[in-house]
Design a binder for this molecule. Structure first.
Ligand SMILES: *Cc1c(COP(=O)(O)O)cnc(C)c1O
Length: 339
């Protein structure tokens, strides 16, 4: 039995999801004729109280399209030093949009309104790039699945409006945050000019992300998606998986969080572990002491059919998901005790 805790992207569609995919009605989406994609896009827009949405192949694409639409070359983007848009999108901010980045030193991926206002360049100083866009990542991946305080988001949103900056949410794992806090998608929709959500992470769809915003923004985003090569044809088969995921896989995220907490309990007292990040959602990040090199630890796990990833020096990440069950959790506990 292979136990894959490398990421929540590793899940395979359930039988019920596959059935929904098989029976999808499809058409050519570049001609705007795929009824299932149209349904998914409308569903997502309604969920967040926005006018429109755009189905894309990946969260990297939805983030990069948003950045492209919000900025001009030479503008500056403000985000945390740990941000996915900066660290894990292949330098796309420079490559696609020709923008520079102001990196903030937040707490587990979360920065404050003060951090933002202090880093907005004065618009009348020709030496400085124009600050144009703020990106928030909720939950924060490198922060260990940390959740943002909704009041801080509200304040940042107001500050962005006041200063003429756009605000984008990288919400690859937003639903993990919402299920914990009880806050709603509509509430969060209100704070942001654009929102990216991933269907292929905790929600368990095989492929797909959505970019959500007002009609004018999504009209431009649709053009950029074509330029980026992301205009798909009969992709309603994939959108059907997304609809199924939104209908059936949001509430169950709580189970992933419970299992992450249990993993945390199992490891906190192991002698070779020096620190476990606070566990808030489905991500467990911990540090190993020097006597246990990451490579050795990962090898011991993989010898026992358990997969995890290195996440920096002497740092390991485990992610719980739809295909990780209680039986596997017990197996992991046994292996940890043996190491
Ligand atoms: C996974 C992820 C994305 C998007 O990744 P893709 O693999 O391109 O879908 C964006 N932001 C965060 C925080 C992520 O974890």
């Amino acid at each position: 039995m292979k136990i894959d805790l490398r990421s929540d992207t590793v899940t395979k569609p359930t039988t019920a999801m596959l059935e929904a995919m098989f029976s999808a009605k499809v058409g050519d989406d570049v001609f705007n004729e795929d009824p299932t994609i149209i349904e998914l896009e409308q569903k997502a827009a309604t969920l967040f109280g926005k006018e429109a949405a755009l189905f894309c192949p990946s969260g990297t694409m939805t983030n990069q399209i948003a950045i492209k639409v919000h900025t001009k070359p030479g503008d500056e983007i403000i985000c945390d030093q740990t941000a996915h848009v900066y660290n894990y999108e292949g330098g796309g901010i420079g490559f696609n949009s020709g923008c520079s980045v102001r990196l903030l030193q937040g707490d587990k991926g979360r920065f404050t309104t003060g951090d933002v206002t202090e880093n907005i360049n004065p618009a009348d100083d020709v030496h400085r790039p124009l600050s144009r866009l703020v990106v928030i990542e909720n939950t924060s991946n490198r922060g260990g699945g940390s959740i943002w305080d909704v009041n801080e988001i509200k304040n940042i949103s107001e500050s962005c409006k006041k200063n003429g900056l756009a605000l984008h949410l990288d919400g690859a794992r937003l639903f993990n945050a919402l299920i914990e806090t009880g806050e709603t998608a509509i509430q969060h929709g209100n704070f942001f000019d654009s929102i990216s959500i991933c269907l292929s992470k905790g929600l368990g769809a095989p492929v797909g992300s959505l970019l959500i915003g007002n009609s004018a923004f999504i009209r431009q985003a649709r053009r950029v998606r074509k330029v980026f090569g992301g205009g798909m044809r009969q992709a309603g088969y994939l959108a059907a998986a997304g609809i199924f995921a939104l209908d059936n896989h949001i509430n169950r995220l709580k189970e992933d969080h419970n299992r992450a907490h249990q993993l945390g309990k199992m490891i906190e007292n192991l002698p070779f572990i020096t620190e476990v990040f606070p566990i808030q959602t489905n991500i467990v990040i911990f540090k190993l002491d020097e006597k246990m090199p990451s490579e050795t630890f990962l090898k011991k796990l993989s010898d026992n059919e358990i997969l995890a990833v290195q996440f920096g020096k002497q740092t390991i990440r485990l992610v719980t998901h739809l295909d990780f069950n209680d039986e596997m959790l017990m197996e992991v506990e046994m292996v940890f005790k043996k190491i």
